[in-house]
Design a protein around this ligand. Structure first.
Ligand SMILES: Cc1cc2nc3c(=O)[nH]c(=O)nc-3n(C[C@H](O)[C@H](O)[C@H](O)COP(=O)(O)O)c2cc1C
Length: 367
């Protein structure tokens, strides 16, 4: 099976199926001497875990990481870092019906068409649980980026068709995202969205939404033109997430309706940077912090759109292996909306891309 390795210098391979004994990752290329604790990985895994209530599934995993190699006395050795997490709360029996049936909207049908065999229990590797490997690796990348003053934060900006307060709104409260189950930046907005999610849950249905992400402290110069542009690699990283269906940077799709004079971010002199400094400041950030595939030194700003969870408990029509029409009632524990849990996953993928480009930039020029 191809496609399990990510990155060029900061490389990650992930492994494991949702209902197998364990899942994990091996990171190759993390420089030696980085302070890394199990607690830093645990913290990120806890943020991804189901069971925050509201939109989340009831699967109750401890998600305790075990660092098997690459770290000695709290510092990375420069050798492969292997992290494993045991699966402990899988109810594989819930998925027995899916041995011969294909869930609409999920990957069951295409996996079987491709490989001729699939692990039907919990979706195997196409399960949302696969993202825990990315979050574990992302925690290491975040620790590396912190040394460069780069920080990443994401939040739910739209859920179940409701738009949440944006950073420019007076009621935008980022701290609230770690307090409410939906990772929404505002208490009132979270309550409204939760009511919508509860109604969908009662109907046995699901919803999608949008994750907004912003990274601060990026130096200018990250991104490798022409095929490995920063936006191209980020888009690829995000679209590799199950259920992610669109990515937009800065003004995004709205840019298609603007004039050049409206959309261009005008460079301005920054007194503190001094005349002739590169990069200068900019009046606006419609580009989302990327020009020509290279970070401009502004904040990186993008959004990722997620479709509704495909596994819904409402009866649906499908076909079985023989092609006969069948009614499907999905059991198992699924998120009504995966978007709140996608927040730390989006941050992790961003961290992996940025860590890779920070290392690549060190090879890009002399002086
Ligand atoms: C964090 C996360 C959690 C997910 N949880 C579920 C889930 O509980 N049930 C489900 O049917 N799909 C879930 N998904 C979505 C499926 O993985 C995805 O829809 C499936 O692999 C098909 O891929 P596609 O939607 O990109 O075509 C989750 C995705 C992510 C990123």
């Amino acid at each position: 099976m191809a496609g399990n390795i990510f990155g060029e210098l900061f490389r990650v391979v992930t492994f494991g199926e949702s209902h197998g004994p364990a899942m994990g990752c091996v990171i190759d290329g993390c420089p030696a001497g980085l302070s890394l604790t199990k607690a830093a990985i645990e913290r990120e895994l806890r943020r991804r875990r189901p069971g925050r209530g509201g939109a989340s599934s009831a699967r109750n995993e401890t998600d305790e990481p075990e660092i098997l190699s690459g770290v000695f006395e709290g510092k990375t050795l420069g050798t492969p870092i292997a992290i494993v997490v045991r699966n402990s709360d899988h109810h594989s029996g819930d998925y027995e019906d899916l041995r011969d049936l294909y869930r609409p909207g999920h990957a069951d049908l295409t996996w079987e068409a491709k490989y001729g065999i699939r692990d039907h229990r919990g979706g195997g590797r196409s399960s949302g649980r696969e993202t825990l490997c990315r979050v574990a690796a992302g925690a290491v990348a975040r620790a590396f980026l912190a040394g460069y003053g780069i920080s990443i934060r994401a939040w739910v900006s739209s859920i179940a068709g409701l738009d949440m307060p944006g950073p420019e709104a007076p009621d935008f409260d980022f701290d609230e995202t770690e307090r409410n189950a939906l990772r929404v930046p505002g208490r009132e907005a979270a309550e409204k969205a939760l009511a919508e999610i509860e109604a969908l849950k009662a109907e046995g249905d699901s919803a999608g939404g949008v994750v907004s992400c912003s990274a601060a402290g990026l130096p200018p110069g990250l991104g490798e033109p022409v095929f490995d542009k920063l936006d191209a690699r980020l888009a690829s990283a995000l679209l590799s997430l199950g259920a992610c269906k669109g990515v937009e940077f800065g003004a995004g799709f709205a840019a298609a309706r603007l004039r050049g004079s409206e959309h261009n971010d005008v460079p301005v002199f920054l007194a503190e940077a001094g005349a002739g400094a590169l990069p200068p400041g900019f009046k606006t950030n419609n580009a989302g912090g990327i020009l020509g595939g290279i970070s401009s030194g502004q904040r990186l700003e993008f959004k990722a759109a997620f479709k509704p969870t495909p596994s819904i408990s409402k009866p649906q029509q499908t076909v079985d292996r023989s092609g006969a029409l069948r009614e499907l009632i999905i059991r198992g524990r699924h998120d009504v909306c995966i978007v709140p849990r996608a927040v730390p996953v989006v941050e992790a993928m961003t961290a992996l891309v940025l860590a890779d480009f920070v290392l690549l930039q060190r090879a890009a020029r002399i002086g």
